[in-house]
Design a protein around this ligand. Structure first.
Ligand code: SAM
Length: 439
């Protein structure tokens, strides 16, 4: 039996792409290995959204070279967004790589492996607007209550900083019937939580359907108790999607809504297509309509031309947004993007100073927001034992907060009600209670 390892970087789409690749490999007779040292096939599923993430791939390839020297029969592949951007260059920079495959070529993995074995090397980067050919039901999903379902591939936005449209191509949408059938099968197979995935998920549409009507169709399926979708663009967050979030029992009260900046001037230069006021108005609407609504966001600091005043507008947005969590990044120049040629770059030391200030402001907000949860009860969907402590299980609330609980008496899986006893920067500690009236 041949054994494989897939090392995954980046977003949820990459995590699910790795599950799809694992499914194909199992179909080809492979089984998972515990580490690269024990594997016959090592695939790196890569992210190129920031320069550091892309650079890590080449340093990992450097480390894997030793394994390849020791066992020349081991097949080494680079997949995902770095593969798409670098293409043939990967073979030149790391000639010990056998296979290079872009994110739109997953379904060909079996053939590419065959070709690599036969010809010594294989490469596939076709990135046209093919309909999604990935066979539903093939993915080897990670164990746990949540299952990812792809609704679309690609991104048609032209955000000035972002390399994703280059790596993942134009948007193509799965039809509602296929998505609903996959969600139905997953729920029947013991996944009470479904998360719909797309780089621009709330732009999904097909025939008469949009994301709101898709949420309605999945909400009705037996066994679906929690429904999430990511990643949303603020410009596509329509009133009908927000109403679905308010009205549908399974749709969770958490939304990841990347703002990127709090300055209208910077948002314009980023070509985000919304203003700070429109962003905040949507958040306010949802907060008023949906009990315990929680938000997380992505923010970029030090985008070319960002002044101290622009940055302070971002700090003000963070204060006004009351986010449960933020993901903050220093702007990273990506080749081929509009901003890559901007002359007015922000020095690295200013970027990092702003990043620290932003994180410090959010730390205060997280502490305040979390303190308001103390003593309250929440429904928790357990997803298994804690990695750090055998005596503890972990799960998530509907508003996407991680909760740790003593392992005894609760089982490691299923739903329970928990009272929050302590709050930390990135998680909560609770105790199970009998009350069925959890938020
Ligand atoms: N479309 C997806 C989304 O909205 O989540 C993918 C974007 S990327 C995986 C996630 C985040 O990375 C973005 O929301 C943005 O904040 C950040 N990002 C993207 N390009 C960046 C760049 N050039 N420099 C720094 N951060 C970047």
């Amino acid at each position: 039996m041949k054994r494989f390892v897939i090392e995954t970087w980046g977003c949820q789409m990459n995590v699910h792409d790795s599950e799809k690749m694992a499914g194909i490999l199992r179909g080809c007779g492979y089984e998972p290995a515990a580490s690269a040292a024990e594997a016959d096939l090592v695939l790196l599923n890569t992210c190129s959204v920031r320069e550091k993430a892309a650079a890590k791939v080449f340093s990992r390839l450097g480390a894997l070279r030793r394994l390849k020297r020791a066992r020349p029969s081991m097949v080494l592949g680079v997949c995902g967004c770095v593969a798409q951007v670098e293409g043939e260059t990967i073979f030149r920079r790391a000639p010990w790589v056998d296979l290079v495959m872009g994110p739109r070529n997953l379904a060909q993995l079996g053939d590419l492996l065959e070709r690599a074995r036969r010809d010594g090397r294989s490469l596939s980067l076709a990135r046209d607007d093919d309909p999604i050919v990935f066979p539903s039901g093939t993915a080897a999903r990670a164990p746990g209550p949540k299952a990812y379902v792809t609704v679309m591939e690609g991104c048609n936005k032209r955000c000035a900083f972002c390399i994703v449209p280059q790596t993942r191509g134009r948007e193509v949408y799965r039809d509602a019937e296929a998505i609903v059938a996959e969600a139905r099968a997953l729920a029947a197979d013991g996944h009470p939580e479904i998360e719909l995935l797309g780089q621009n998920v709330n732009a999904w549409h097909h025939g008469p359907d949009d994301l709101a009507s898709l949420l309605h169709q999945i909400d009705r399926l037996p066994g679906v108790r929690r429904l999430r979708f990511t990643t949303s663009h603020p410009g596509h967050l329509s009133r009908s999607i927000m109403e679905a979030m308010r009205d549908l029992p399974s749709v969770c009260n958490h939304l990841h809504l990347p703002a990127q900046s709090g300055s209208d001037r910077v948002l314009r230069r980023m070509r985000r297509g919304y203003t700070r006021a429109r962003y905040l108005a949507k958040i306010d609407w949802l907060r008023a309509a949906v009990p315990d609504m929680a938000f997380s966001t992505d923010l970029i600091v030090g985008f070319p031309g960002e002044t101290e005043e622009d940055f302070e507008a971002t700090l003000a947005l963070v204060r006004a947004g009351g986010f449960a969590q933020i993901y903050a990044f220093a702007y990273s120049r990506r080749p081929g993007t509009e901003a890559a040629t901007a002359p007015d770059t922000v020095p690295a030391e200013v970027q990092s100073e702003r990043l620290q200030r932003l994180l410090a402001v959010q730390e205060e907000i997280t502490a305040r927001v979390n303190a308001s949860l103390l003593g309250r009860t929440f429904e928790v969907l357990l997803d298994g034992p804690s990695r750090l402590d055998e005596g503890v299980v972990k799960g998530r609330t509907r508003c996407n907060r991680i909760v740790h609980l003593p392992a005894n008496p609760p089982a490691a899986r299923g739903f329970l009600t928990a009272r929050i006893l302590r709050v930390h920067a990135h998680s909560l500690t609770g105790e199970p209670v009998a009350s069925p009236s959890a938020a």
